[in-house]
Design a protein. Structure first.
Length: 211
């Protein structure tokens, strides 16, 4: 499956709804050229998450983007998202596949070569690889995994993967030079006062390497 676009993988964060309006934040990403958005919300109630996810799905649809829900398979079904992104402690991919069907996307966060290999044999459509650098965004995060796993994935994995964790404008080129084609950034985009301009800038850096 190659439904995971190259370039920036956009993720919402509770800060994108606190300091900024989450819809405006997401629209800034989309206008800046981001083609995939993951709704990642760890704090709000399910009712609030449902309402936000519904609005975000409509917005992402207007841009013909891909909308992924973090963690909540039920929410993904209810708002007809394109797929879900899950973690190592969530239900097995086979269970989630039986709920979502073959046409939906299932992404899994991985932190080691072994986890990556298992995700692929379990049927993940794409994987996250991280944290590449140290990050404060993920609360339960482990320390940076280093480059060995990333290099292994570039050379061996046939499914798309997204590099994540501590990725900033200043270190993005080093990843592109290695051969990384999909990059998730949270704080770098949420934290910027002009998310649209920052997104465009990063998109241009990526497109110089991956036309
Ligand atoms: N997942 P920032 S790291 C959501 O390693 C997430 O699986 C990670 O945020 C993983 O770009 C991470 O601000 C946080 O570092 C990424």
């Amino acid at each position: 499956m190659n439904k995971i676009p190259l370039g920036i993988y956009g993720i919402t964060d509770s800060k994108s709804g606190k300091n900024k309006n989450i819809l405006q934040y997401t629209e800034d990403l989309l206008q800046g050229g981001v083609k995939i958005i993951q709704y990642r919300e760890k704090k709000k109630s399910m009712k609030e998450k449902y309402q936000e996810a519904l609005l975000l799905k409509k917005l992402v649809d207007r841009y013909n983007g891909i909308f992924i829900i973090n963690d909540h398979v039920d929410l993904a079904i209810l708002v007809d998202a394109h797929g879900v992104h899950i973690g190592q402690d969530d239900l097995p991919i086979s269970f989630i596949r039986s709920l979502l069907g073959e046409n939906k996307i299932i992404g899994l966060s991985t932190h080691s070569i072994e986890e990556g290999k298992k995700a692929i044999s379990d049927g993940a459509d794409y994987i996250g690889i991280g944290p590449i650098f140290s990050t404060e965004t993920k609360e339960d995060v482990i320390s940076p995994i280093g480059m060995e796993y990333l290099k292994y994935a570039i050379e061996n994995f046939k499914i798309p993967f997204v590099a994540i964790g501590g990725i900033k404008e200043k270190n993005i080129e080093s990843l592109l030079d290695l051969g990384v084609e999909r990059i998730a950034l949270v704080s770098e985009l949420v934290g910027d006062k002009n998310t649209y301009e920052k997104t465009l800038k990063i998109k241009n850096i990526i497109e110089k390497k991956i036309p």
